[in-house]
Design a binder for this molecule. Structure first.
Ligand code: PEP
Ligand code: MN
Length: 263
């Protein structure tokens, strides 16, 4: 179902008034974790002003350590809804288990499946039974084929609204958190009609790497970007090192606009 051979035209996914996979780039921005009403509402306003069209924020967090902050959970979803009310931007947030599937279908506009759950097949089958758009991140060391098969799990249950997100893969390199695979864009464009977006934040792991990854992604033809931002990265509850400040995000968006026009 994901195969371009049987579906030559690009898939466009409508989310509220936005279209992912169309002419306009989908710019998904916001903090790694939702922390407070003030934090998420303020950053959402700032991101919208800078040109973002989706707000992201984790309410359920897949942390490496069980002792790290695990997310505000349902309270986080409530705060995201407030941010949406203030800005009109659709919500992108990660679902980690089927336990909260109904809540997410009702309250979240795009359900993110994180890298660690890319092959959680039970979860994929369950979200496949909904019609909510799914942002499917690439697993930490997943091949294109494995990634597309995970998309297939969702689509074969009836949900064709799948967006693929390259977020860097594990390599032997230790200087960067992951290695951003830009070739994912042309390879997937050949293999599938699904939209593909680039997350340079989790790929690089440090904010100074984000602009290069974002621009490379747009230049290579990505349908959008997911970028972590925070008003005070040093005090972010998760992934602060890779968050852009609003000013840094403004600057990047100016450069992205120039690149996007060249296409
Ligand atoms: C995230 O988007 O905050 C996240 C945990 O991403 P990934 O699953 O790509 O690590
Ligand atoms: Mn994060």
């Amino acid at each position: 179902l994901a195969n371009r051979a049987f579906h030559p035209e690009n898939t466009q996914i409508k989310v509220d008034n936005e279209i992912i996979g169309g002419k306009q780039l989908a710019i998904i921005a916001g903090p790694c974790s939702v922390e407070s009403e003030e934090q998420i509402v303020n950053i959402a306003k700032r991101m919208k002003a800078a040109g973002a069209n989706f707000i992201r924020g984790g309410a359920f967090k897949p942390r490496t350590s069980p002792y790290s902050f695990q997310g505000l959970e349902l309270e986080g979803l409530r705060l995201l809804e407030l941010a949406k009310k203030e800005t009109g931007m659709p919500i992108v947030s990660e679902l980690m288990s089927t336990k909260y599937l109904d809540e997410f279908v009702e309250r979240v506009d795009v359900i993110q499946i994180g890298a660690r759950n890319m092959q959680n097949f039970d979860l994929l089958k369950e979200i496949g039974k909904t019609q909510t758009p799914i942002l499917l991140k690439r697993g930490l060391s997943a091949t294109y084929k494995e990634w597309l098969m995970s998309a297939e799990y969702i689509m074969s249950e009836g949900n064709g609204n799948v967006i693929l997100c390259e977020r860097g893969i594990r390599t032997f390199e230790t200087e960067t958190r992951n290695t951003l695979d830009i070739q994912a864009i042309p390879v997937l464009q050949r293999r599938t009609h699904l939209p593909i977006i680039i997350d340079p934040s989790h790929a690089g792991g440090e904010s100074y790497l984000v602009p290069a990854g974002a621009k490379a992604g747009v230049a290579a033809g990505a349908d959008g970007l997911m970028i972590e931002t925070h008003e005070d990265p040093a005090n972010a509850w998760s992934d602060g090192e890779q968050c852009l400040t609003p000013d840094e995000f403004d600057k990047l968006m100016e450069q992205i606009r120039v690149l996007a026009q060249v296409e």
